[in-house]
Design a protein around this ligand. Structure first.
Ligand code: UDP
Length: 238
């Protein structure tokens, strides 16, 4: 496997071509952004935590029948994944009210839902990732009806698996964001990452936030929170 030219640089990762047309290498950075890119910073060691945690969770999900882009971990920060074209939807699953849900609907953070919710945002920086529903996604040609149904079912399955897994580590999975991609043959697979950047994790005993909200809200102890989550995941994986 040979690493070739950089194809793309995002806020938290770089993507490189390889000598195999169906595979790319993702490289995780320590750069952090929030609030539509207006808040910028560095979380030392974040790239390594997110890479390793995401890979471990993708492997767990594969075992539970969820197809993912994961192929193999190359190093602390680099992973080989299947090349996909990303469906331009941010798929957000929520178990407990927090963040933009609490703000938009005037619900206190921490209110537990009877059933998980799934919502979509249109992944479009120029438009600031607006919230949209299934029919909007269809009208915009972002995905087909069948793809939307498959994505929702997979997102809820991911939630079931991860919620139960994190509870064994004394962590409540509050909400998270997923992205899906299409392989060359059109198959939908889970892509991007699952990490403290993309999930809200609350300590099950103390309620302490163990995720990117520590950075967003200037709560301090950002690196400690990422490391604590990594330790729990590594401990639980043994
Ligand atoms: N999220 C994300 N990327 C985004 C927006 C949200 O990973 O661009 C994650 C976020 O970390 C949280 C969940 O999706 O776990 C729900 O986020 P929310 O809509 O509440 O937005 P926020 O309050 O983060 O702006």
């Amino acid at each position: 496997m040979e690493k070739r030219e950089q194809l793309y640089e995002g806020k938290a990762k770089r993507v490189y071509a390889t000598d195999e047309p169906d595979l790319v290498i993702v490289s995780y950075k320590d750069d952090a952004t929030a609030f539509d890119g207006t808040k910028k910073g560095t979380i030392v060691g974040k790239g390594a935590v997110n890479n390793r945690m995401s890979n471990l969770l993708m492997r767990l999900l594969e075992k539970e029948g969820v197809p993912t882009h994961f192929v193999r971990e190359l190093s602390e920060r680099e992973t080989v994944v299947k090349k996909v074209s990303i469906v331009p939807l941010e798929v957000i699953v929520r178990n407990v009210a927090a963040g933009s849900f609490s703000k938009r609907y005037g619900v206190e953070e921490g209110v537990v839902f009877a059933e998980p919710t799934v919502e979509f945002s249109y992944k479009n920086d120029d438009l600031h990732d607006p919230l949209l529903n299934d029919s909007h996604a269809l009208a915009l040609g972002l995905a087909t009806k069948e793809e939307i149904a498959a994505i929702k079912a997979m997102a809820l399955r991911v939630n079931e698996v991860l919620k139960a897994y994190f509870l064994t580590l004394k962590v409540r999975l509050i909400d998270f964001k997923l992205e899906f991609g299409r392989l060359a043959d059109g198959t939908i697979v889970l892509a991007d990452e699952i990490s403290p950047d993309t999930c809200r994790f609350w300590d099950a005993t103390t309620g302490e936030k163990l995720d990117k909200d520590r950075f967003r809200r200037d709560l301090g102890g950002v690196e400690d929170a990422y490391n604590e989550m990594m330790q729990r995941v590594l401990g639980g994986a043994r």
